[in-house]
Design a protein around this ligand. Structure first.
Ligand code: PBG
Length: 334
């Protein structure tokens, strides 16, 4: 029995009483090592251009990319992920499988600009296909096994260009195994795979698709959604199966995407697999923060850091975020 005179004996507020006390018992921390910056690179563009739905984010050109990479490196950011905005789109996304294509060129430019920065190659076709899907179409859907073969080719082109990490994002069955075999057969046994293992068919990708120019709908007979390959937001157990298959196929790191609406999946993956888990704080999540801040409804800096801390608490080892530079600056000035 708890005596009334001493109740309540458990007073959690004791450990919240001052800045120092709170710091002493803080469970999670954010560091610049946690952030991965996405960078867009537009082909054949004379100047870099702002992306209206992603305030502060630009489509770089091949000429401005070195400065963008160096700026991130100077802020202490260890890794970037590159997205091409192609002007040479076709049915299969063939430009991304060519050693002289945009994908290979932007990787080389980034590595030359800052050799110590880790360059992650988003390994997918939607930025390079004229129909906007993540692989060639057959019978009104994305042809899984034809895409696997092409993913192997694209991954080898990326690794040959200097990519440090291969990150397949197309949600094709068998993509990790196909890429692992292709990399190994070309001598890239040491190149890790970061699998977008649990990727949902999400409306939060809206601003990205504008930025990268990969909205669907240009083809009459092409599916109007990606729901035949990306996951149903209602499903959790299915994500565990996706991740288990990717681990069995040789994934070195797992990603959950989008981030904040799917923190449960981050925690489940971390607890089940005991391996690096990353989250993609996607374009729509970032745009919401920026839009609310622009209206004076939220404080951007505080809400950004709170969002990023949530990822750490959920079990993330690193976070892909358009706020990476802002977060690095906020930590530096703290
Ligand atoms: C596709 C890809 C997408 C994003 C990253 N890679 C779009 C999609 O799957 O439709 C979205 C990222 C974001 O919204 O920030 N390879």
């Amino acid at each position: 029995m708890i005596s009334n005179t001493h109740f309540p004996s458990a007073r959690l507020r004791r450990l919240r009483s001052s800045e120092a006390m709170r710091a002493l018992v803080q469970e999670n921390t954010l560091s610049v090592n946690d952030f991965i910056l996405p960078i867009f690179v537009e082909e054949d563009a004379a100047e870099r251009s702002a992306i209206s739905s992603l305030p502060g984010v630009f489509r770089e050109t091949e000429a401005t990319l070195p400065a963008a990479v160096k700026e991130a490196a100077d802020l202490g950011i260890k890794a970037i992920i590159l997205f091409g905005v192609s002007k040479h789109k076709d049915f299969t996304g063939s430009d991304s499988m060519k050693p002289g294509g945009l994908l290979a060129r932007m990787i080389k430019i980034a590595k030359n600009a800052s050799p110590e920065t880790l360059v992650i190659a988003d390994t997918c076709f939607c930025e390079y296909t004229d129909h906007g899907h993540c692989g060639p179409l057959a019978h009104g859907d994305v042809d899984n096994d034809a895409t696997l073969e092409n993913l192997g080719k694209q991954a080898v082109v990326a690794a040959n260009a200097g990519a440090d990490i291969i990150a397949p994002s197309g949600m094709m069955d068998g993509m990790v195994g196909a890429i692992r075999r292709a990399l190994d057969s070309e001598g890239h046994t040491g190149t890790p795979i970061l699998s977008y293992a649990v990727k949902y068919a999400s409306a939060f990708y809206g601003p990205f698709r504008d930025a990268a120019g990969c909205t669907l709908g240009q083809y009459e007979d092409a599916p109007k959604t990606r729901k035949t390959y990306q996951m149903n937001p209602a499903n959790g157990d299915e994500g565990m199966r996706e991740a288990a298959l990717d681990v069995a196929e040789g994934a070195d790191m797992l990603m959950v995407k989008p981030g904040l609406p799917y923190l449960d999946m981050i925690r489940r993956l971390k607890d089940a697999f005991h391996m690096p888990v990353f989250a993609y704080h996607v374009s729509g999540e970032f745009a919401m923060l920026k839009a609310a801040a622009a209206n004076g409804w939220l404080d951007y800096d505080t809400c950004l850091m709170e969002s990023l801390m949530s990822f750490k608490r959920a079990g993330c080892d690193a976070i892909l975020t358009y706020g990476a530079k802002d977060a690095a600056r906020i930590l530096r000035n703290a």
